[in-house]
Write a protein that binds this ligand. Structure first.
Ligand SMILES: Cc1ncc(COP(=O)(O)O)c(C=O)c1O
Length: 400
């Protein structure tokens, strides 16, 4: 007889973004010419000054387990970065270095959530938030947003939602946002923070796309509003997106020392520590700068402008200009409702576009946005041009 799978494992669905990406990669490996807009990682190489440090770490045999929360020099480098970029005073005890921001968020949820606690998540949302909340037996509570409000929640909406909940524990705020590209400004964050403090809930501020904000705008961290807000906030960040280091696996959480200490214990019993070589490389990524982050940002901005302009030229399709991250999310509801192929939703539309036109995009339903699809522009301009041509033809053909 087969061993029973746990309720927890049964409830977890595969990550749709990874599924689309894997399918597109497989098609490519099979010799099919697929344009992949599904990826959630920069297409640039990790800069040389970072890679060189990893070579050095190996040559110097820096290859053993480290302190579970991360080597002290790295936590000092993160504290210095948080001061420099975010005006936050932290010391190494306030910082946990994890194998990716994803792991930081999970260990944090393990640390603060009891079964049946409620975690508020603005929707559209990054796919792993809801799954991770479910994995710790808490309830994800979605806060719907609208394109007209730039997919941002308001303090009033948060207040109203909190009043109807019995065990609210935390709000997960992600700015710049995946998938919408929205960026909250200081005023909006101040109002949201005030509500969180009033209701004594934790703010989990996922700032992984901090360095990818366009049009000359700068990131503002909610944790920097005041000491009181800082005590209610765990800031999440990492090196994956800013330094093109997704495969190296390093993220971090910065917040109240007691919470961080307990999260580090959980990490210690699960993954031990982050790869020692990656930790050394991350120190130079954070401390030094060869201009590559600015170059990548500039290139992403160029691609964003082109992609969004071209998407908006497609009849009956609307796409807001994303302010950060590297995703664009056009509304395709006209084509869902008017196609002649029996396509009923965005998943079927994405399947059709992939099958017939060899373009991989992620259905918005993966993020709680049924009328949308998500394009990642972390791919070359050449791919964007060709992929858009095919996507447009696919949509037009579907209604012809
Ligand atoms: C919003 C958001 N947070 C966190 C992560 C995870 O980053 P990491 O590679 O550091 O685990 C991602 C990756 O796609 C993301 O989009």
């Amino acid at each position: 007889m087969a061993i029973q799978i746990s309720h927890r494992a049964k409830a977890i669905k595969p990550s749709p973004t990874l599924t689309v990406s894997a399918l597109a990669k497989q098609m490519k490996a099979d010799g099919i010419d697929v344009i992949n807009f599904g990826v959630g990682e920069p297409d640039f190489n990790t800069p040389d000054y970072i890679k060189n440090e990893a070579h050095k770490a190996i040559d110097e045999n820096f290859t053993r387990y480290t302190a579970s929360a991360g080597i002290i020099e790295l936590r000092e480098a993160i504290a210095a970065k948080l001061k420099r970029d975010n005006n936050l005073d932290c010391n190494p005890n306030d910082i946990l270095v994890s194998p990716g921001a994803k792991a930081s968020i999970f260990f944090l949820l393990m640390t603060i959530c009891d079964p049946r606690d409620e975690v508020l998540i603005p929707s559209p949302y990054w796919v792993s938030y809801t799954s991770q909340v479910e994995m710790v037996d808490a309830f994800p509570i979605l806060l719907p947003t609208r394109a007209a409000s730039n997919f941002k929640i308001s303090a009033e909406q948060l207040e109203e939602a909190l009043e109807s909940l019995s065990n609210p524990k935390a709000l997960i705020l992600n700015s710049p946002n995946n998938p919408t590209g929205s960026v909250y400004n200081r005023k909006e964050l101040e109002k949201i923070a005030a509500v969180c403090i009033k209701h004594n809930i934790m703010i989990i501020s996922d700032e992984i796309y901090e360095k990818l904000i366009y049009d000359g705008k700068k990131h503002f961290s909610i944790a920097s509003i005041s000491d009181e807000v800082r005590e209610h906030t765990v800031l999440i960040n990492g090196v994956s997106k800013a330094y093109a280091m997704t495969g190296w696996r390093l993220g971090y959480a910065a917040g109240p020392a007691d919470i961080i200490k307990r999260a580090a214990r959980i990490q210690g019993h699960t993954t031990s520590c982050v790869n020692s070589i990656t930790q050394k490389a991350a120190i130079v990524a954070l401390n030094e700068c060869d201009g590559s982050v600015a170059e990548m940002r500039e290139e992403f901005q160029k691609r964003r402008n082109f992609l969004v302009d071209e998407l908006n030229k497609i009849p009956n399709l609307k796409c807001r200009l994303p302010r950060g991250a590297f995703y664009a999310m056009p509304n395709i509801s006209y084509y869902i409702h008017n196609n002649k192929l029996g396509i009923k939703n965005c998943v079927e539309m994405c399947e059709y576009i992939l099958r017939e036109y060899k373009v991989a995009i992620v259905p918005g339903s993966a993020f709680g946005a049924d009328k949308y699809v998500r394009f990642s522009y972390a791919t070359s301009m050449e791919n964007i041009e060709e992929g858009l041509k095919r996507f447009k033809k696919g949509l037009i053909d579907s209604i012809s």
